[in-house]
Ligand binder design. Structure first.
Ligand code: F6P
Length: 358
């Protein structure tokens, strides 16, 4: 008998179910011994408090196309993982106890950056862990791509596409704020895919004068509208000069709900132009995974199942240079993958005339 625990942790994304289905199908089709699946509910919380459901192959049938996660998810911040909960429960000890009490052979964690820190901690505590890289942000170290990302790119692209026609009719400046936390992968890809004129990323602090110059150039060239794709984590050159602590203070004191509204106000004050802001927000994480993500998550899930069958633990199944690879968890945990401002894709975008406000 092989006993496999499984949980989804952190913000959800598309293809979580497809990935879990991939793991379970691989195990059920290829294991010589019977498999028991323990699905922990709502992320690490389920493991801490022993909240789980026994699942069978049937539970994973018909979920390839289903968004969200059948196990539920939640955020369990790594920075407080060593602090006891309100009832004095030692969370790390509780998780290892649940694992040993259920006699699990392995725990499969589907998570992003924070979840990988906890997964690595559990590995250090002696648990057999295999992880899968999920997040629309694509910011996980050790993999060129995370599942959920391509679907979110599709959604954000569709939003900007829709904005194009109304922006053109009214001759307005439109700002579309794209998710991505502190990195710009989603904005860069959706911005390029939708023909945005200006793309502002956290990795390339913007100069408002350069942003306005681009709008004015477009005006002068007869294009009376401008589309700006702004990452939710984008920052100005002035803000970038501040310490991280002062940046946080500035954001807390700001009268604007987000960087897009501050930018919109600045553009209006300096040019008198009509500016509108669209924030697609969590729609970018919702709905059915795109075909790419279905295939990608299924492949990652199959490889994770294979690792489990071979008893190889302590790895994230990732994707490097078009190959599925296993990456040691200690290499992944605690590192973010940023957009390199000198990357060829940025240079190519600039050749296309896209401004990054730098
Ligand atoms: O990490 C995924 C993500 O959607 C980020 O892009 C975004 O900043 C964050 O989660 C939003 O978190 P929440 O769902 O907790 O509001």
């Amino acid at each position: 008998m092989r006993r496999i625990g499984m949980l989804t942790s952190g913000g959800d994304c598309q293809a979580l179910n497809a990935a879990m289905r991939g793991v379970v199908k691989t195990l059920l089709h290829n294991s010589k011994e019977p498999i028991e699946i323990y699905g922990f509910l709502d992320g690490y919380k389920g493991l801490i408090y022993g909240n789980f459901q026994m699942l069978t192959g049937k539970d994973f049938s018909g979920i390839l196309t289903k968004g969200g996660t059948i196990l539920g998810t939640s955020r369990t911040p790594f920075k407080t993982i060593r602090e006891p909960d309100a009832n004095g429960v030692d969370k790390v000890e509780a998780m290892t106890q649940t694992y040993y009490k259920l006699k699990l052979d392995c725990l499969v964690v589907l998570g992003g950056n924070g979840s990988h820190k906890t997964a690595n901690l559990l590995r250090e505590e002696g648990l057999n862990i295999v992880t899968l890289p999920k997040t629309i942000d694509n910011d996980l170290w050790g993999t060129d791509m995370t599942f959920g990302f391509q679907t979110a790119v599709d959604i954000a692209t569709t939003v900007i596409d829709q904005i194009h026609t109304t922006a053109a009719s009214h001759g307005r400046v439109f700002i579309v704020e794209v998710m991505g936390h502190r990195v710009g992968w989603l904005t860069l890809n959706a911005g390029m895919a939708s023909g945005a004129d200006i793309i502002l990323l956290p990795e390339i602090p913007y100069d408002i004068k350069k942003v306005i110059k681009k709008i004015e150039e477009r005006d002068a060239g007869g294009s009376k509208f401008t589309i700006i794709a702004v990452a939710e984590g984008a920052i100005s050159k002035e803000t970038a000069k501040l310490s991280k602590k002062d940046q946080k203070k500035k954001a807390e004191k700001s009268k604007y709900p987000s960087v897009s509204y501050e930018l919109a106000d600045e553009i209006f004050q300096r040019t008198g132009r009509e500016v509108r802001v669209t924030v697609p927000g969590h729609t970018q994480r919702g709905g059915s995974p795109c075909p790419y993500d279905r295939v990608f998550a299924s492949r990652l899930g199959a490889e994770a199942g294979k690792l489990i069958l071979e008893g190889e633990y302590g790895f994230m199944v990732g994707y490097k240079n078009r190959e599925i690879v296993k990456v040691p968890l200690e290499e992944v945990a605690g590192k973010l993958k940023y957009v390199d401002p000198d990357a060829t894709i940025i240079k190519e975008a600039k050749l296309l005339g896209i401004s990054f406000g730098d």
